[in-house]
Design a protein around this ligand. Structure first.
Ligand code: SF4
Length: 728
């Protein structure tokens, strides 16, 4: 056992705070501060600080489970469990074809796992039906970024640029709760004389730090951004030279914005004309300014257009691709960035390549040693895939996701999952989704494995193994290796993360998200490397054989003795990585950013007489995503023990509800009940529920799966509900 601290990163959100792990006698680790990582400089939120609690044997899975004849999950050997999965998936494939087998991944998987899962789906199963829960997080921003800039990297600049900017507009981000250590970048912004504008229907903990808080009606951020652009034009604040030199498509976007005059926008959003004018002044007057979006504007059925409208504002004012300025997305999940780059997304191959691009297929097929024509085409997006369970898709392999809690219209999705012929789940705990499985495999956690993640900055990081996993636990890579072998592919699925990363480098080479110049050695020495980072010289051995059956198909251990970088080619004149994108040109064919003309439209489900109130959903500081891990941590549960319905005193009075009274929230999709939390910090026409809990208070029972036409993002952030008092 190692006794010294291992520097690594947090298992939870996309900030990927640095932390040190020291083994403890009970086989888990002690988490302590790590001050050499510049993003958090030792600070950790409660989730990161308590993350070791999920390593304890009494909260985690310690043995494979299989469903017995009586329908109960019982412990089984690894061989029995793996045999059952191979038989279940294989039977479906034989009887109904490869697309009847689905694969669902997660934004928490390391790059190596996400890459291998995508390869497994396409090479071993031959299915097009793979997507992941990151579709529910950042996909609208990704789609808008690609349209405008030709590239999606959440933040095109490091967080350290924020304090030096003149003004930041935060749209729909409550980072004071979701990633608290990041708040310091914004307090430093203010200390340096910059200003912070927060746009959120609720006066959140983040909004309390703002110089100006705008509280638009949920689902109207698109109109708000258009109204601001209208004022920019009307007040003569367009950077004409920048628009001429660095963009295309301005006239159409300009015309669209001119149709959104301030009084009209005030009527739609509830944000007053003076506040709109003040926002434009604060944003335009400094030399530099940024817009950062998060789930608020993105999780809408018009999320891509909404983000596009904010990007248009940045382009018209000459902010994008200039120092200390621009548009960025605050990615949420731990590997939300890398997880969307390397092939677990329905339409994508590694390196952010498109599955329908013949050249991309040929390149990746070459690395994988398969015929490009054997690769399936694009599949369904996450919600559509889940909605097809039990009908078109008969068996599912699911990793690192808990859609029974996190998917929209969750009762329907739970019913779809129950209707499957066969479900296999790999997870660290018995999540609500795992509890429905035919086979559950217990897998290693972040402290027990090595692998890379890519943070919200686009910085590729190395998480390092600090302890040996308990007996009975295997890594996701080992699971995929074993399943591939059982399904007839003996080689090409290494279990050593660094070996997988070396293959990923080759697969990503030349792609938009080019990792080919990044090695484990560099990640250690440089504390992370920003992509794109193409290889120079012989850093990537193009001749290396990663085909199924080639030498990289050999397995190797992932023990604590593994030396990160031991396989990496060391090359003079390495590419330094790219902390800041677009300073010279955008990633479009002509180097110009594209304005995308967008116009306001209503959310998919406006309130009416039957459902007169808006519901918006979100997060609390002490829980993470579906809560599968954090609900098992006593300290976090004490801080955030259950769901609640946040509502304005006027709404509470109409309902006759007092603080703590149970309130039923009813939508066209179902009913959820949770205690009232009465506050002036929310609009009187809106209620808020956090979505971390299953059962009676499950917020996603209510949410609307109306999809964005481009990103296929469901509309988590706004739907129509009614409130009912509950007798107890
Ligand atoms: S902010 Fe995010 S990465 Fe940092 S400690 Fe908290 S959960 Fe972990």
């Amino acid at each position: 056992m190692q006794s010294t601290a291992t520097p690594t990163h947090c298992p939870y959100c996309a900030l990927q705070c640095g932390m040190n792990l020291t083994p403890t006698p009970d086989g888990t680790v002690e988490v302590s501060e790590r001050t050499d990582f510049p993003v958090n400089r030792g600070a950790l939120c409660g989730k990161g600080r308590t993350s070791a609690a999920v390593l304890a044997r009494d909260v985690r899975l310690t043995s494979p489970l299989v469903r017995d004849g009586g329908g109960t999950l019982v412990p089984a050997s690894w061989d029995e469990a793996l045999d059952r999965i191979a038989a279940g998936l294989g039977r479906t494939r034989a009887e109904h074809g490869p697309d009847a087998v689905g694969v669902f991944g997660g934004g928490g998987l390391t790059n190596e796992k996400a890459y291998t899962l995508g390869k497994f789906a396409r090479v071993v199963l031959g299915t097009s039906q793979i997507d992941y829960n990151g579709r529910f997080c950042m996909s609208s921003s990704a789609a808008a970024g690609i349209k405008a800039f030709g590239l999606d990297r959440g933040l095109p600049f490091p967080l350290e640029d924020i304090p030096k900017s003149g003004c930041v507009i935060l749209v729909g981000s409550n980072l004071a709760e979701t990633m608290p250590p990041s708040l310091r970048f914004f307090t430093e912004l203010k200390e340096n004389g910059g200003t912070l504008i927060v746009i959120d229907p609720r006066r959140t903990k983040t909004a309390e730090h703002a110089d100006l808080h705008l509280a638009p009606r949920p689902g109207t951020d698109l109109a708000l951004a258009l109204g601001l652009l209208h004022l920019v034009i009307a007040e003569g604040r367009v950077d004409e030279e920048y628009v001429r030199e660095r963009t295309a498509g301005w006239e159409d976007a300009r015309a669209a914005a001119m149709a959104h005059w301030p009084e009209y926008v005030e009527r739609i959003t509830g944000v007053s004309v003076p506040q709109l004018r003040q926002t434009v002044r604060m944003f335009c007057e400094p030399e530099s300014a940024m817009v950062l979006t998060a789930r608020g504007p993105e999780q809408q059925s018009k999320g891509t257009d909404t983000v596009g409208a904010w990007i248009n504002l940045c382009l018209a004012t000459g902010r994008a691709g200039r120092p200390l300025s621009g548009y960025g997305c605050l990615t949420g999940q731990g590997n939300g960035q890398g997880g969307r780059e390397h092939g677990q997304k329905a339409d994508q191959l590694p390196g952010y390549r498109k599955l329908d691009d013949p050249a991309a297929r040929a390149h990746v097929a070459g690395v994988w040693g398969v015929d490009p024509d054997s690769l399936p085409g694009p599949g369904r997006s996450a919600y559509e895939l889940l909605d097809a369970l039990g009908t078109d898709i008969r068996s599912l392999l699911l990793m690192a996701s808990n859609p029974v809690v996190s998917a929209p219209r969750a009762a329907h999705i739970e019913e779809r999952i129950r209707s499957l012929d066969f479900l296999a789940v790999c997870d660290v705990v018995l999540s609500e989704t795992a509890a429905l499985a035919d086979v559950v495999l217990p897998v290693t956690q972040w402290a027990e494995e090595t692998g890379t993640t890519t943070s919200l900055e686009g910085r590729v990081l190395l998480r390092r193994r600090a302890i040996t996993p308990p007996e009975g636990i295997r890594s996701d890579l080992e699971v995929l290796h074993e399943l591939a072998a059982r399904l007839g592919v003996e080689k090409g699925f290494p279990t050593d993360p660094e070996e997988v990363f070396e293959e990923l480098r080759r697969a990503s080479a030349g792609g938009a998200a080019d990792y080919s110049g990044i090695t484990y050695r560099r990640l250690v020495e440089e504390n992370g490397v920003f992509w794109p980072c193409p290889a120079t010289g012989d850093a990537v051995d193009e001749g290396a054989d990663a085909r199924p059956g080639g030498p990289t198909g050999e397995t190797a251990g992932d023990g604590p003795d593994t030396q990160p970088g031991s396989q990496a080619g060391e090359t003079q004149g390495e590419h330094p990585g790219t902390p800041r994108l677009f300073l010279d040109r955008f990633a479009t064919p002509d180097g110009r950013a594209r304005f995308v003309p967008v116009v306001h439209r209503a959310i998919a489900e406006e309130p009416d007489d039957e459902y007169p109130v808006l519901l918006t959903t979100g997060r609390v500081v002490a829980q993470y995503q579906s809560g599968a891990q954090t609900r098992r941590v006593a300290e976090l549960n004490a801080a955030a023990p259950g769901p609640f319905v946040e509502l304005h005193p006027r709404l509470a009075a109409r309902l006759g509800a007092a603080e703590g009274d149970p309130v039923a929230v009813v939508s066209r999709r179902g009913r959820a009940v949770a205690p009232a939390r009465i506050t002036n910090a929310i609009r009187p026409d809106t209620v808020f529920m956090p979505f971390h809990w299953p059962g009676e208070g499950r917020a996603n029972t209510l949410t609307n799966p109306a999809l964005d036409p481009t990103s296929r993002m469901p509309e988590f952030k706004a739907c129509a509900v009614r409130l009912e008092a509950v007798e107890r």
